[in-house]
Design a protein. Structure first.
Length: 274
C-alpha cells in the first residue's frame, strides 16, 4: 500500500498471534510502511504481561481470536475490558464468529485467507492511526441516532461533532472549516436532509465537503433525490458495519485525492508563472 504521511512509529502496537510466519510478515510490513515496531505476544499470558508490566498506553491491538491459554476467545474479551482498540486477525470465520466479534465493538477484522490479508491488515492499521485527521459532522434530530453514530465513528478514531438540526449544522460548519464529511438524516423538522444538502452545496463543493444522506425509510427514490440535491452517497438504516465503514472511507479517500490533485495542479501553475 502507498503511504507518505510520515512515521507512525510513536504508537504502541501489540500483535497477539502465535504464528511465527504471520508475526514476521506483520512486523515487516508495518515497519517498512509506517516505521512501526510491533510487540508480539504469542500467548494469553504474554498478552497480560505486556499490559501489566509496561505503563505505556497501547494504541492498538492486532489479535487472533484464539491464543495458547485463551482458546475460546478470552483474549478479545480481555482487551475489550481494558478499552484497547482491537483489529481481529483470524483464519476462523463464519456468521456466528462475525456476530461475536462485532458485539465487542472492535475496530475491524481481517480474514487471513488470501495473500492480500497482510496488506488489508496494514491498510486497516493505517486508517485507524490516521482517522483522527478527519472531522465528521453528524446531523440528526434523534439523540439516540446521534449517540449511536458518534459511538461508531469514534470507535474508528474519527474526530466527531454532532448537530440536532439542519440549522445547527449550518452554524457549526460556518465556524468549523476542517469538517470534511457530513452524515445527515433525511427526515428532520426544521431543514430536511435534501434542503440542508442544497444549502451546503451553495457554499462548499464536493472538493471541500462530502455529504452522505441516511434514512430509515424504505423509499428507494430517496437516494436519487439526495444525489440530485448534491449529496455524494446514501445509506439506509440499520447499517451493516462493514458497509458503513467502507462508505465513509471511500468518501474521505475521494476527498483526499481531490485535494492532492488540486494542490498538484496549483504547484504546476505556480511553477509556470515563475
Amino acid at each position: 500500500m502507498q503511504y507518505s504521511g510520515g512515521s507512525l512509529g510513536s504508537h504502541r502496537i501489540i500483535v497477539a498471534e502465535d504464528s511465527n510466519v504471520f508475526t514476521s510478515m506483520i512486523g515487516q510490513t508495518l515497519k517498512e510502511n509506517f516505521d512501526i515496531d510491533i510487540e508480539v505476544c504469542r500467548s494469553f499470558e504474554e498478552l497480560q504481561l505486556a499490559f501489566d508490566y509496561d505503563e505505556r498506553p497501547i494504541t492498538l491491538a492486532i489479535s487472533n481470536i484464539n491464543l495458547p491459554g485463551a482458546e475460546n476467545g478470552e483474549a478479545l474479551g480481555y482487551l475489550a475490558d481494558l478499552s484497547i482498540p482491537i483489529i481481529v486477525f483470524t483464519g476462523t470465520f463464519h456468521e456466528s464468529t462475525r456476530e461475536g466479534i462485532l458485539a465487542r465493538d472492535i475496530v475491524d477484522y481481517v480474514i487471513k485467507d488470501t495473500v492480500l490479508a497482510i496488506d488489508l491488515l496494514a491498510e486497516s492499521v493505517c486508517r485507524f492511526l490516521t482517522n483522527h485527521r478527519h472531522h465528521v459532522l453528524i446531523v440528526d434530530d434523534s439523540a439516540t441516532a446521534r449517540a449511536l453514530l458518534r459511538s461508531r465513528l469514534e470507535r474508528f478514531n474519527f474526530k466527531v461533532s454532532a448537530a440536532e438540526s439542519g440549522a445547527q449544522a449550518l452554524d457549526i460548519l460556518k465556524v468549523t472549516p476542517d469538517i470534511g464529511l457530513v452524515i445527515t438524516d433525511y427526515n428532520m423538522p426544521d431543514i430536511d436532509g435534501f434542503e440542508l444538502t442544497r444549502r451546503l452545496r451553495a457554499v462548499r463543493g464536493s472538493h471541500e465537503l462530502r455529504i452522505i444522506g441516511v434514512s430509515s425509510s424504505d423509499n428507494r427514490m430517496l437516494s436519487a433525490r439526495f444525489l440530485k440535491a448534491g449529496g455524494n452517497d446514501f445509506m439506509l438504516r440499520p447499517y451493516i458495519d462493514e458497509e458503513f465503514y467502507c462508505r465513509v472511507n471511500q468518501n474521505l479517500d475521494t476527498l483526499d485525492q481531490i485535494k492532492s490533485a488540486r494542490r498538484w495542479m496549483g504547484s504546476r501553475a505556480a511553477a509556470k508563472v515563475a
